[in-house]
Design a protein around this ligand. Structure first.
Ligand code: GLA
Ligand code: ZN
Length: 673
């Protein structure tokens, strides 16, 4: 199969285009405006199921045929969707099994989108049939560069089909009911199951007291895995259907960053190229956005990804739909590229006139011409991307630091009862990511199955769940000279959320050289403090009360009955070291601490630090490319460390010379020495 990057010769530029919402004379005008804006790819057919299959017996491709012809004639590439993100109304009426049942147990009616039950026989049959028909019909179109299966898969279903499928999934996984009972610790509250049919889905009618919080974490965890697998199965069935017909076209579906319902690390294994939709809040920090890009790159095994959607201006669904300020669309587009995107794509090309997205911006606004600020900014970026050409395609990062992130761990932390309601996994991860980002130290995200050989540093914030074998992986990594950092509330449970007895942090105890005896939860308005390198930092959220068992204390709590107990430790283990940060602190601590850790393990920043500046490097056989992005409002003057050439202005800067970066501007430089 051809890789995505071999299908294109530059960073493609375009996005979701819904001509079926418009009369044909508008299409011609769109083609003209696309040319003006440097658009060279459109994502078609995302929500056309009802149009293509007007009834159970009938398929009608006449409109899509015309659109496909037109965009080909106009030299546009296509990301072709299978349209299974929203089922037709007639299908819901005739086959109610396609409708989902929600967390409260309510059977839904036809409406909205992303609404089909993944275990519905009707959905499975007709979605695959549609994908097959579309692939068969358009297989000869050389300009299709990727399949876009369905759209933003997600949500959950609690219908009877899902319940039956859950039991089958459990049988496959556990083989016997005894094993299920053991894994879920059902002797608690007299839950022993004697028949598979006694098992029901965990929702508001059964085990949950809140959408996230469960009485039986083991059941909920397995349901989350099952639901993610069920939806993945729908994706995979369509994947197989199109792949059989067009083996050379890479397949993707658009992911959503830190999206809790689906285990994207598992999904990534079945995607030829990962793509995702980037919709940050206007006040999102550059680090928060960067972290999502890096997670998505990690899900795709470190390969480049596609920026499938972003808004050119404004969304319709944030609480306050603030405009992207001048220059920000360009800056965020390049930020995606800086982190590994090989495309810059929008939702959407022309703004709808009806329903909920009429106030979501588009390249072509309601005014219908090329005179808007958004259009002009789009066209200017289109020109630049043409100039940038294809040298960057396929380029990857060479990070030496990795952050461990795991969906099972996320689910387990979300549904746990105690020790605090305020613990958010993503926020803990961001603490560490942000500090590295601020230090211009690039990061890869790794999951439980990813190798660690290329890394010097592995940070696993709140590694609550130690999956079977993961302690061994960490042990080997540290023994061979790696540096490992983990935090409070780690090493507590196995993959069933059953506590590993014998003292926290369980199987990590020897690596970290500590025993965590108790965990104290602090309310939002209370904090402890600890010293580290002669300074005092706040201790918040959770404080583990730990005893060194070989580890050296680097800082101790200063208040309460555990004053004097260690808050930060390091353990020499084999050729490496393992740090334990027993509490949550603030950004000053994380930066100071990680600066020390990185220095000690020999990880150098990519570039000198400057407020508001982000630096990344991508490299491939065409060279090393340095990105410097100024997210701030002040001009930055930084010093080039090596000789490089600006890809957009062709200016050459020698090592030691100053680089001036205007607010919201970006420098993309080929390092020449
Ligand atoms: C998602 C969807 C699109 C569109 C945008 C609006 O990303 O995939 O169809 O609804 O949101 O922001
Ligand atoms: Zn269902």
């Amino acid at each position: 199969m051809k890789k995505y990057s071999e299908k294109v010769n530059k960073i493609v530029y375009g996005g979701d285009y819904n001509p079926e919402q418009w009369p044909e004379d508008i299409w011609r005008e769109d083609m003209r405006l696309f040319k003006e804006a440097g658009i060279d790819i459109v994502t078609l057919n995302v929500f056309s199921w009802a149009a293509i299959q007007p009834s159970e017996e009938e398929y009608d491709f006449s409109k899509l045929d015309k659109i496909m012809e037109m965009v080909r004639e106009n030299g546009l590439k296509v990301c072709l969707a299978t349209s299974t993100g929203a089922h037709p109304a007639w299908m819901a009426k005739r086959h109610p099994d396609i409708l989902r049942v929600d967390f409260e147990g309510r059977k839904h009616k036809f409406g909205a989108r992303h609404n089909s039950c993944p275990n519905s026989p009707t959905y499975q049959k007709y979605s695959v049939k549609l994908a097959e028909k579309i692939a068969g019909r358009y297989k000869g179109y050389e300009n299709i560069v990727a399949w876009h299966i369905s759209n933003e898969y997600g949500g959950e279903c609690y219908c009877e089909n899902c319940e039956r499928a859950f039991r089958a999934w459990l049988r496959e996984k556990y083989k016997t009911l005894e094993e299920v009972n053991r894994a879920w610790n059902t002797s608690f509250w007299g839950h022993t199951f004697y028949d598979w049919d006694e098992i029901v889905l965990p929702n508001a009618l059964s085990e949950h007291f809140e959408p996230e919080r469960s009485m039986f974490q083991g059941i909920t965890l397995d349901y989350r895995r099952f639901n993610s697998d069920s939806i993945l199965n729908c994706y995979r069935m369509e994947y197989d259907a199109v792949k059989k017909i067009t083996p050379d076209i890479p397949v993707t579906t658009n992911l959503m960053g830190f999206y809790p319902a689906l285990d994207y690390q598992k999904w990534g294994r079945y995607m030829d190229v990962v793509s995702w939709d980037n919709y940050p809040d206007v006040d999102a920090s550059p680090a928060e956005i960067a972290m999502q890009h890096d997670l998505m790159r990690g899900v795709g095994g470190g390969n480049p990804f596609l920026l499938m959607e972003q808004t050119p201006g404004v969304t319709n669904w944030h609480t306050y739909c603030a405009l992207k300020r001048p220059g920000v669309m360009r800056l965020w587009s390049y930020q995606a590229v800086a982190h590994g995107a090989d495309s810059v794509m929008f939702f959407q090309m022309r703004r709808s006139i009806g329903a909920c997205e009429k106030y979501h911006s588009a390249v072509i606004d309601h005014v219908g011409n090329g005179e808007t600020r958004v259009f002009k900014e789009t066209a200017a970026l289109g020109k630049e991307l043409k100039k940038l050409g294809g040298d960057l395609l396929g380029a990857v990062s060479d990070a030496k630091a990795a952050i461990y992130f795991d969906w099972d761990n996320w689910w387990a932390l979300n549904c746990t009862a105690g020790p605090t309601m305020d613990l958010e996994y993503k926020a803990q991860v961001l603490d560490y990511y942000k500090a590295l980002h601020g230090l211009n130290i690039p990061v890869d995200f790794v999951g439980a199955n990813d190798g660690l050989d290329k890394y010097k540093l592995l940070i696993a914030p709140v590694l609550y769940m130690t999956k079977t074998g993961y302690d061994e992986k960490v042990r080997r990594f540290v023994e061979h000279g790696g540096t490992f950092v983990t935090t409070f509330f780690s090493g507590i449970v196995d993959e069933h959320d059953l506590v590993i007895t014998g003292g926290y942090p369980g199987k990590l105890r020897d690596i970290l050289g500590i025993w965590a005896e108790e965990i104290d939860a602090l309310p939002r308005d209370k904090e402890n403090s600890f010293d580290y390198n002669g300074r005092t930092y706040p201790a918040r959220l959770l404080c583990d009360l730990i005893h060194p068992e070989g580890a050296k204390e680097l800082g101790a709590y200063q208040k309460d009955f555990y004053a004097g107990m260690p808050a930060v430790t390091v353990n020499e283990f084999g050729k490496g070291r393992a740090y334990y940060v027993a509490t949550r602190s603030d950004e000053h601590f994380f930066r100071a601490f990680l600066e020390d850790v990185c220095r000690e393990c020999g990880i150098k920043p990519l570039f000198e630090r400057a407020d508001g500046m982000e630096a990344t490097v991508r490299e491939n056989e065409n060279g090393r490319f340095l990105f410097l992005l100024n997210h701030g409002d002040r001009v930055l003057e930084v010093r080039a460390e090596e000789t490089c050439v600006d890809l957009l202005t062709e200016e050459r800067v020698s090592g030691g010379e100053e680089i001036r970066i205007e607010p919201k501007d970006v420098k993309i430089m080929r390092i020449t020495q």
